[in-house]
Design a protein around this ligand. Structure first.
Ligand SMILES: [Zn+2]
Length: 452
């Protein structure tokens, strides 16, 4: 396969190249400057994208128009007040209706739309508890196999519900999680939990200790939904996570397995000194911790007005990921989290649109900021979840071919009619982040070639 007239990463935006990919080996066999200049605009090659944090079992609940089909309906569960408490109850009710066909239906839509956007790897959360039992994991495994050449689906078996608090089925949920980890271990990479759903601080601590122990026992990565609040009186659990990882000697014993902290909006209230202290602790202990900012969910959920307050002032909180990376030298990236459910009714699965939102949210307007935001949805996201070699930053002869080509139109069409007006060209990474290209302009070349 010969691809011509391409602007390549790290080689400027003016000189196009031709790239040949071997059909037999799927490797890049040659990269040469384009010999015959083209009159059409060049296409731009960019690295493929990665979801570091996305829920596979609860997308598109609010938009599942399944009338007349043999699939459950969720439209009566549309939010009434849009609150966090309501999201928890509505989603808990939704789970009682999940069927295998339905999970495969919505899950395949999530993965297929992600692939259209250029995603070639993801950490997908599948819930286990006394209601869903193993139905989400089993659907996740089937989807992981179905899409394996186009997208590596790393499954995180996830306790969205308490695993300690027995007033909320803690023991039952915990035992089911442990059984899932044993029974499906060849298809599972990650143990995930949500300490803040437990109730009191003591139970939150025990949730963290249990998850660390299970991840080490099974040799898996670890992922927490943590400190999802803007309450200065709440005790940040990130400190306990660090403590437990140090005490359990994670760095030596977990053999390079990664730890991801999602949300963590409470950390936005840390002073400079507190953030420096936290970063130093992580660095000193060489803990492989990464933070994942989830701005579409955080903006929607955080900063709610109190009783009697009309809500004119709504201070939001979402991890300021670019500062975490640049100033505090922490590993960080951004993720979609939820789409089309009561936790996040809005948005799409497109990571480029998320990066674009980051320009405004993080007040990051330079081309270098745009490039770092792009890294946060590609290579840095992949590193955070402990993968390598799927997202590649640059094209090299002899390397496995897996990259995205973004096309450029010559002229602007309106309702199928050519206006003759020259179309804007997207040639730099900043062009992609500031105003993401339509999905129809994107194409992933190559296959995911990861043996596991
Ligand atoms: Zn999440």
């Amino acid at each position: 396969m010969l691809l011509t007239n391409l602007i390549l990463p790290g080689r400027g935006t003016t000189n196009p190249f031709d790239v040949e990919v071997s059909d037999a080996t799927s490797k890049i066999s040659s990269i040469k400057p384009t010999s015959t200049p083209s009159t059409t605009p060049p296409s731009r090659v960019i690295p493929t994208l990665c979801h570091p944090h996305i829920h596979l079992d609860k997308p598109f609940l609010l938009t599942a128009h399944n009338e007349g089909e043999d699939l459950p309906d969720y439209l009566d569960l549309a939010p009434k007040d849009g609150s966090f408490a309501e999201a928890l109850t509505k989603t808990a009710e939704a789970k009682t209706r999940y069927t295998r066909a339905d999970l495969l239906h919505r899950g395949s839509q999530l993965i297929a739309e992600s692939i259209q956007a250029g995603v070639t790897s993801m950490r997908a959360f599948v819930e286990v508890d006394h209601v869903t039992r193993f139905i989400c994991v089993e659907a996740g495994i089937e989807l992981r196999r179905r899409f394996k050449e186009q997208c590596y689906v790393q499954l995180c078996v996830f306790a969205q519900d308490p695993v300690i608090n027995d007033e909320k089925h803690g023991t039952e949920n915990r035992e089911l999680m442990e059984e899932a980890l044993r029974r499906f271990r060849s298809d599972i990479d990650v143990v995930g939990s949500t300490p803040y759903v437990e109730g009191d601080e003591g139970m939150q601590r025990r949730n963290i200790e249990w998850a660390v122990e299970k991840a080490m026992e099974h040799g898996m990565h670890l992922d927490f939904h943590l400190d999802y609040n803007l309450d200065p009186s709440s005790k940040p659990m990130i400190c306990h996570v660090i403590e437990v990882l140090k005490q359990s000697n994670w760095t030596q014993r977990a053999m390079g397995k990664a730890v991801v902290i999602g949300h963590c909006s409470r950390m936005t209230m840390f002073s400079t000194e507190e953030t420096e202290k936290l970063a130093k602790e992580i660095h000193d202990a060489k803990l492989p911790i990464s933070f994942v900012g989830l701005p579409t969910s955080d903006l929607f959920m955080m900063g709610r007005p109190g009783d009697g307050d009309w809500g004119g002032s709504r201070p939001r909180g979402t991890l300021q990921v670019l500062e975490l990376i640049r100033r505090f030298k922490l590993n960080a990236c951004i993720g979609i989290n939820n789409v089309g459910n009561a936790f996040t009714p809005w948005g799409s699965v497109d990571p480029l649109r998320l990066a674009s939102l980051g320009v405004g949210v993080y007040q990051a307007g330079t081309p270098q900021d745009a490039e770092l935001l792009f890294e946060c949805i590609s290579a840095l996201a992949q590193e955070a979840i402990g993968l390598e070699d799927i997202v590649v930053r640059s094209l090299e002869e002899g390397a496995n071919a897996l990259f995205m080509v973004v096309g450029n139109d010559e002229t602007i069409n309106i309702n199928g009619k050519d206006t003759g007006i020259p179309a804007r060209k997207r040639l730099s990474v900043a062009d992609m982040v500031w105003d993401p290209p339509e999905l129809s302009q994107r194409r992933v070349v190559g296959k995911v070639n990861l043996s596991r």
